[in-house]
Design a protein around this ligand. Structure first.
Ligand code: ADP
Length: 471
């Protein structure tokens, strides 16, 4: 089967979160199953672009509203990622360092989608399915099916995977003319509550809709940032498929970013060495339990409770606990974490920013990972933590519920700590449980590590499930 993925992110070309990890891995695993999966994304100006070799495969021109623009498509020459990778270059719009966060993001991603479709029409290669990811590519199913100039593409199947339904790409109707010409009778397929809503349009127009865990699929019918009734109405074509992890990259036995590689047999010593190294860098005492948080500092991740959690825990377990937070996001929260570090630096450190290598080292060196998320469509952090022998402490929601079993589970399969509310109170209670294990019952910690490192969360299974759904 021929599959064309289209996405705003793809690791290691450009990544802002889990979307990048998924699009960097799923196509590779689909190819290993004997299919042909390719990826198309914007040509940002990232390191990967300059470090690899490219060939020009297409040049074209088209319109964003009444603005004529030129675009070019380049292809990575060596298949270094395990799939064909195409980048679309649009000068003035996509040639930036960051993926998101610009005032003209609507125009940037709209022109990317329009250029993609224009190229696809002229391309001899016709995929069996165009697989869109999140709202940045959400108008493609509509445009392929209903824009007058695109009739030639209307029989190609389309699929959308929702990595996060909080972000929907809303546009005012005043921007309607930026979308290529279509019959006004079809406007309802773009609209949600009086605005053009690319994510809602994708759910209405794509042949299949998936999201990144069965638990999140269920939740979307009750909590989907305004789209609940749409998910309820379209449930017949909606499926939850759990993300996998790319075990070529996330493997503690071979990960080149770690101080010491380890496996299930050597986990204790391996983690100890990684922890010593991390603690040395952050000037922390490695004999204390190390709790980490990695992620976007935003409300979805309940990151605003972290300062309170750190203060309460350090108050209750004086001199017996360490924290490191790696993340960026809300600027007020960033400032409050930096302030906190100034006062509590012997036990609490933060790194504000994005640092892929540090994330790997933290998963390897930490004892516990905190994930109090309010919304977690799948969550990859906890899966990386499992693989690196770090106990996940997660709120009972979305993909976290699908991937973590509390240690108290009577089936004897438990390994993590689960709590119910995204509050400092609930998380602190879990931290108390964790501290109890660490100091009084180290056997439980070792057992949990062995259980979780034996779990197979690799992409093989999920990649095959996607294929079944395309058909
Ligand atoms: P989301 O996509 O909602 O941000 P996920 O758990 O699905 O959350 O994926 C987060 C990914 O981004 C993981 O690979 C995680 O390690 C990585 N990540 C998040 N923040 C940072 C950061 N500040 N530095 C390095 N990696 C980060």
């Amino acid at each position: 089967m021929e599959i064309l993925h289209i996405s705003a992110e793809c690791y290691p070309v450009a990544k802002a979160g889990g979307l990048g990890d998924v699009v960097g891995a799923l196509p590779k695993y689909q190819n290993r199953l004997g299919h042909v999966a390719k990826v198309v994304m914007p040509m940002y100006r990232t390191k990967f672009l300059y470090e690899n070799e490219w060939e020009l495969v297409h040049e074209g021109d088209t319109y964003l509203g009444s603005n004529w623009f030129r675009y070019a498509v380049i292809k990575e020459k060596t298949n270094t990622l395990g799939f064909d990778l195409y980048l679309i270059d649009i000068n003035g719009l996509l040639d930036r360092e960051k993926v998101y966060g610009y005032n003209d993001d609507t125009e940037r991603f709209l022109s990317f989608q329009i250029a993609f479709i224009d190229w696809l029409k002229s391309w001899q290669y016709q995929p069996d399915v165009v697989h869109c990811h999140d709202h940045h590519t959400g108008l493609i199913p509509f445009m392929m099916k209903y824009c007058f100039g695109n009739q030639v593409l209307s029989t190609i199947r389309t699929m959308v995977t929702i990595h996060n339904a909080q972000y929907q790409g809303w546009m005012e109707w005043s921007k309607k003319d930026l979308i290529p010409w279509f019959d006004d009778w079809k406007s309802g397929l773009l609209d949600w509550q009086g605005r053009i809503n690319p994510l809602a349009s994708a759910i209405k127009c794509a042949d299949q809709v998936t999201t990144v865990s069965p638990g999140y699929m269920e939740e979307l019918r009750f909590a989907a940032n305004g789209l609940e009734s749409l998910f309820e109405y379209e449930k017949g074509k909606c499926t939850g498929i759990l993300n996998g992890i790319d075990t070529d990259i996330w493997n503690p036995e071979t990960d080149p970013m770690l101080t010491e590689n380890f496996n299930i047999e050597t986990v204790q010593e391996g983690k100890e060495i990684n922890k010593m190294d991390i603690c040395k860098d952050f000037n922390l005492d490695p004999s204390l339990p190390l709790f980490i948080f990695i992620g976007r500092l935003v409300g979805e991740k309940a990151a605003e409770i972290l300062p309170q959690v750190v203060q309460d825990s350090l108050g209750m377990h004086q001199g017996k606990i360490n924290f490191i937070i790696l993340g960026s996001g809300d600027t007020a929260l960033e400032a409050s974490l930096i302030n906190l570090e100034a006062g509590l630096g012997d036990y609490f450190r933060c790194y504000i920013g994005y640092n892929e290598g540090l994330a790997h080292r933290l998963y390897a060196g930490a004892d516990f990972l905190l994930m109090p998320s309010r919304v977690e469509p799948c969550g990859l952090n906890q899966m990386y933590a499992l693989r690196y022998g770090t106990v996940p402490m997660v709120r009972n929601t979305g993909g976290l519920r699908d991937t973590v079993i509390d240690i108290s589970d009577l089936s004897n399969a438990g390994f993590g700590l689960i709590f119910n509310e995204p509050t400092a109170w609930d998380l602190n209670n879990s931290i108390n449980r964790a501290i109890g294990w660490y100091y009084d019952e180290p056997g439980i910690l070792q057992l949990a590590r062995e259980r979780m490192m034996a779990i197979d969360n690799s992409w093989e299974k999920s990649a095959a499930l996607y294929i079944q759904i395309y058909i």
